[in-house]
Design a binder for this molecule. Structure first.
Ligand code: CMC
Length: 436
């Protein structure tokens, strides 16, 4: 970050003028540093949804929502999906550089070593009610890790970041596959040391004693692409949750569990499941324009899921890659998905519609992702779990960066708009216990 204290914004409040320094990021984004504002003026800023607030400095990823750019540690995602695997990206995000051959070998070994969960944890799966959503199971299980793995204080976890990170990245995959196996009543499949990260996950999901699973290299390649695209996205809702909760020096497992919970919402990671449910509804109805009208209608709660983004005001670069992969992968495996045709029709209609054009509402990463997960055989209630698996390195990278910055506990202010003080005698007079 380049600081230019020579540049200031002038804020005039009545007769008083104060100078607020401008900060400039490496890509030229400019911000007003208001850290002394309350001290100097007694004022706070108000920014619901924090759309105008940079909550931290960060070196992990860069998004340009106007140009449709996404880079991890400076490397465009278009390059990463072509050149490297998901575990390289995980290493890149957490450590700042792509791994060399030795680092990669060591990291893979650590992933393998940490791929089994504590055997006692396996029994937890038996006690979730039938039909529990796997995202709820996953956040609970990750939270429970603090009880099974000692030394969870922030210093120990930071000092052993390689192990903390490898354990989480590896175990979350095992837990996700176990949750699925339990949900369909099949025996769990343990991780194998001879398989790569994505191949191992597919095998744990789909291998069975009566139906051995053939791991298709193209399925492995595709999963790597999808995981890379979801691995990191700067200060989104779940990452902000991770940073906020981590700032209280909560242990890393509880912190990541909170990130998973935030991700599960339909306006965030849960959108990938919501998109498929919506596409199915549109497909069965057949009338695309009716749903476009509903999405435009302010009296209707219906939104076009997989469309719009807080930051991207153009085509989400991840959505473009996923859309192209849909064409390529479905052709390769000679699979026709009627929901892909519906998705294309919806996109075409929305992109011609003035409501969507004026508001810059384009498909986001979730719009086409579910089509590919379906083609891989992933059940719909696991879609958001896939997102969580992929986002884990991003969360860990932000946690590591945050504790390294010795961040203060996150504690925003508010503008109080509630009642004035109610005095004791008024309560007695009103004799209304509900007022308390
Ligand atoms: N369908 C219909 N109208 C929409 C949509 C949509 N999907 N998205 C935004 N709008 C409208 C919104 O009603 C508002 O209209 P107006 O200006 O007339 O009030 C305008 O566009 C601006 O929207 P906003 O809600 O103020 O934008 P936001 O930045 O607060 O919300 C969003 C971003 C992603 C929550 C929202 O676009 C949305 O709900 N999309 C559908 C859910 C979705 O696909 N989520 C996944 C996001 S990407 C992956 C991730 O983050 O996990």
């Amino acid at each position: 970050m380049e600081k230019k204290p020579a540049e200031f914004a002038i804020l005039k409040i009545g007769e008083k003028e104060i100078r607020l320094p401008l900060v400039i990021g490496t890509q030229g984004e400019r911000g007003i540093d208001i850290s002394s504002l309350r001290r100097d003026t007694g004022l706070v800023t108000i920014d619901p949804g924090l759309g105008n607030t940079a909550a931290c400095y960060s070196q992990i990823s860069y998004v340009d929502g106007e140009k449709g750019i996404l880079r991890y540690r400076g490397i465009p995602i278009e390059v990463l999906v072509k050149k490297v695997k998901f575990i390289d990206v995980a290493y890149l995000l957490v450590h700042g550089e792509l791994p060399g051959a030795d680092e990669r070998k060591k990291f893979s070994e650590m992933l393998n070593l940490n791929s089994m969960m504590h055997e006692d944890m396996r029994h937890f799966f038996d006690h979730f009610p039938q039909g529990s959503h796997p995202m709820h199971i996953l956040s609970t299980m990750i939270n429970a890790m603090a009880a099974f793995y000692p030394n969870v204080d922030i210093k120990s976890m930071a000092d052993n970041i390689d192990t903390s990170c490898a354990r989480l990245i590896s175990i979350i995959r095992t837990m996700a596959a176990f949750a699925y196996k339990k949900s369909i009543g099949e025996p769990v499949v343990y991780p194998r040391h001879d398989l790569s990260y994505c191949a191992n996950f597919l095998n744990m999901m789909f291998d069975s004693p009566v139906r051995p699973y053939h791991i298709h290299p193209e399925a492995v390649r595709l999963l790597n692409v999808l995981f890379i695209l979801h691995a990191e996205h700067e200060q989104n809702c779940s990452t902000t949750a991770v940073r906020a909760i981590g700032s209280a020096q909560v242990n890393l497992y509880a912190t990541i569990s909170a990130g998973i919970s935030a991700l599960s919402g339909p306006l965030h990671g849960g959108a990938n499941q919501a998109v498929i449910e919506m596409l199915r509804m549109i497909h069965e109805d057949g009338d695309v324009d009716k749903f476009i009208r509903m999405a435009r209608d302010k009296n209707s709660p219906f939104r076009l899921m997989g469309f719009g983004h807080r930051v991207y005001k153009t085509y989400d670069p991840r959505a473009e890659i996923v859309r192209n992969e849909c064409d390529a992968y479905l052709t390769l495996i000679n699979h026709k998905d009627p929901l892909l045709d519906t998705a294309r029709r919806v996109e075409e209609a929305a992109r011609k519609d003035s409501y969507f054009v004026e508001r810059n509402l384009y498909p986001n990463v979730d719009f086409y992702t579910g089509i590919l997960y379906r083609a891989l055989g992933i059940p719909e209630n696991m879609f958001t779990v896939m997102f969580a698996l992929a986002r884990l390195p991003g969360w860990v990278a932000h946690w590591k960066e945050m504790i390294g910055d010795s961040t203060k506990i996150i504690r925003p202010r508010q503008i109080y708009i509630g009642r004035n003080e109610i005095f004791e005698h008024e309560i007695e007079n009103r004799n209304n216990p509900q007022i308390i």
